[in-house]
Design a protein around this ligand. Structure first.
Ligand SMILES: [Zn+2]
Length: 86
């Protein structure tokens, strides 16, 4: 885990391509975009070049959320910026 990697949390997994049945990768990302929670998934197969992406706004759906929690544990969100002194 790298705390300097930015606000997006990503998780890449090896999966079996549904088209050519070889090893492909799927990346699940979750982060802040202009103040809104956004999640996305990106699939890429290097063998047959199949790709797809999906996006969602708001909290993760239960299934990717479980995967994300297993990989990264529970997170506490801290609001950026500093308190202005009086
Ligand atoms: Zn493929």
């Amino acid at each position: 885990m790298n705390p300097d990697a930015g606000s997006d949390v990503t998780l890449t997994e090896q999966v079996v391509c549904r088209q050519c049945f070889q090893t492909a990768s799927i990346t699940l990302g979750y982060g802040d975009v202009n103040g809104a929670l956004r999640s996305w998934e990106s699939f890429f197969c290097p063998h047959c070049r199949l790709t797809w992406e999906s996006d969602d706004i708001g909290f993760l759906q239960p299934e990717p959320r479980t995967r994300m929690l297993e990989a990264h544990g529970e997170w506490t969100v801290r609001i950026g910026g500093r308190k202005v002194g009086v």
